[in-house]
Design a protein. Structure first.
Ligand SMILES: Nc1ncnc2c1ncn2[C@@H]1O[C@H](COP(=O)(O)OP(=O)(O)OP(=O)(O)O)[C@@H](O)[C@H]1O
Ligand SMILES: O=C(O)[C@@H](O)C(=O)CO
Length: 416
């Protein structure tokens, strides 16, 4: 294995794996830290953790265990992948995990770059934009677990680490890899261990990839991975187009715990012509709806039925105020995870999951050791094969076309 990646959630990890696979690296996504060595032909390994919203000390421990496993697979460079909207709180977990990885790798010049222009995330003057709005006005300020209320990534990261945070602006980035490398060195010499790097176009990310090829640790969104496969070009053995996707037939069910604006629109659209079941926080907490009931209702409802708890920010805020954020998340994620297990046991062969935390809970419950990366459904969302008879799609909250669920099923079935 050449490149070792640690993703702080499952959808984000499949987003990263998608980018690396498209770049020509034989890439596998692992569910947590594997117990066994990787297959010999894997060139990039992505260890998916559910560490974005857990206690910082646990996120650090899991990330260090992932790093250890990746080191044992022979990786030469390591990538800590977080969300392109920098999802974190003032306590973490990006800062604490990056600090621990940096210390373990003795890394002292570390880029911080969540940009993903393909989905509208750009960093300019150290500030993160989602399309034409600042992060803190993009809807992310209402995120149920990691409300992003400050668009200045330098300032937000500085709250999570005692290390100094510097910046490389577009004036260097636009001048290409050599200028970026010089600017990184200047910031490093000025005493900054972390360096937020502006990027507004894919071309910027390609140059950033070249400029960072000798750094032991890179941190960022999946966008940065656009530039990494080229650094290994002469050593890659994987066929450029990767193995063909084996079309998956059989029943498909969608589960959505994502409350993002994008997912809510996708849910609303899907509801107009497919069977749909809404789950409230109260349903999950009180046990009024159990996994047994929900799975049989979904199976009765049939192909492309959807169960969702996706709700607008006011509803989420009320549930969290009434019952506690953790309690609600645990109850809903547990309900979706147990429902998914029952669905698969009953013969469902395609599961579409919306939301990173929700996907993490479901995939941990299904526990496939490794996920093979298939074709891209929408930017940042690949088809995944968990088993011979089970295909998954893990959709990040903010990603996907308006008809995402229908489109995902079509692509899993071998369509376009
Ligand atoms: N109706 C609801 N009320 C309160 N909390 C909810 C509700 N529905 C979902 N949640 C919780 O909100 C969180 C949503 O996080 P999740 O990561 O699944 O989606 P997301 O943040 O939109 O996706 P991503 O992280 O990929 O951007 C989960 O913990 C989920 O259980
Ligand atoms: O970077 C993103 O936006 C996604 O890969 C993600 O991490 C969402 O959970």
């Amino acid at each position: 294995m050449l490149l070792g990646c640690i993703g702080d959630d499952f959808t984000g990890s499949s987003d990263l794996a998608n980018t690396l696979a498209k770049g020509g690296m034989k890439t596998v996504q692992y569910t947590g830290v594997p117990n066994n060595p990787a297959a010999a032909d894997v060139e990039a390994g992505v260890v998916a953790l559910k560490s974005r919203s857990i206690e910082p000390v646990d996120a650090v421990a899991q990330s260090l265990a992932a790093l250890e496993w990746l080191k044992n697979q022979g990786c030469e460079q390591f990538f800590f992948k977080y969300c392109s909207t920098f999802d974190s709180t003032p306590d973490g977990n990006i800062g604490p995990v990056a600090d621990a990885l940096a210390d373990a790798l003795d890394a002292h010049k570390i880029i911080v770059c969540p940009a993903f222009p393909g989905t509208g995330r750009a960093i300019f003057q150290g500030h993160l934009f989602v399309n034409d709005t600042l992060l803190s006005e993009s809807g992310m300020e209402h995120h149920p677990l990691t409300p992003m209320t400050d668009p200045d990534i330098r300032r937000w990261l500085a709250r999570q680490t005692s290390q100094s945070v510097g910046h490389v602006s577009t004036s260097s980035v636009f001048d290409g890899a050599a200028a970026i490398a010089d600017a990184l060195e200047r910031e490093h010499s000025a005493g900054h261990r972390y360096i937020v790097v502006d990027a507004i176009r894919d071309a910027d990310l390609i140059e950033i990839g070249k400029a960072t090829q000798d750094l032991p640790l890179i941190t960022g969104g999946s966008g940065v991975a656009l530039g990494l496969p080229a650094n290994y070009a002469d050593r890659l053995k994987a066929p450029k187009n990767g193995p063909a996707w084996r079309a998956q037939d059989g029943p498909c069910i969608a589960l959505s715990g994502s409350c993002s604006q994008t997912t809510r629109s996708q849910v609303d659209k899907h509801k107009t012509n497919h069977p749909s079941i809404e789950i409230t926080a109260e349903d999950a907490l009180s046990g009024t709806v159990t996994a047994e009931q929900l799975s049989s209702q979904l199976l009765d409802a049939g192909h492309l039925a959807l169960a969702y708890s996706s709700a607008d920010p006011a509803v989420v805020a009320r549930a969290q105020a009434d019952y506690g954020r953790e309690n609600v998340a645990t109850a809903l994620e547990g309900l979706f995870a147990n429902t998914a297990k029952r669905l698969v046991a009953s013969g469902v062969t395609k599961l579409l999951i919306a939301g990173g935390e929700t996907s993490g809970a479901v995939v941990e419950a299904l526990h496939p050791e490794a996920l093979e990366i298939g074709p891209e459904i929408d930017p940042g969302v690949p088809a995944l094969r968990a088993r011979d008879d089970l295909a998954l799609v893990l959709k990040s909250g903010n990603f996907g076309a308006p008809d995402f669920f229908v489109k995902a099923n079509r692509i899993l079935e071998g369509g376009s």
